[in-house]
Write a protein that binds this ligand. Sequence first.
Ligand SMILES: [Zn+2]
Length: 89
Amino acid sequence: MDNDLRLDGNAAGGLLNEVFPFEMTTAETTCGGCGTMKLIGELMLYGHRMGAVLRCANCDMALIRITHIRGSYWLDLSGTRCLRIAADN
Ligand SMILES: [Zn+2]
């Protein structure tokens, strides 16, 4: 983990936009561990060569793991209790 890069969740916007066709940094997550609600852009981002881990800023639980490997995106949302994405209409 020493070589991992820690940023805020806004830095994951480009990677998330490779998977989702809308702005994800303004989507709201509810932490499955402590129940804290935050925008994805407010989460703590731990990046590495193949992807990223977005962690709760309150309890450090991994909420979103995204990896791009061998031509596929792998998305693990198991730490997220709920994800709210605003609709345009
Ligand atoms: Zn939490």
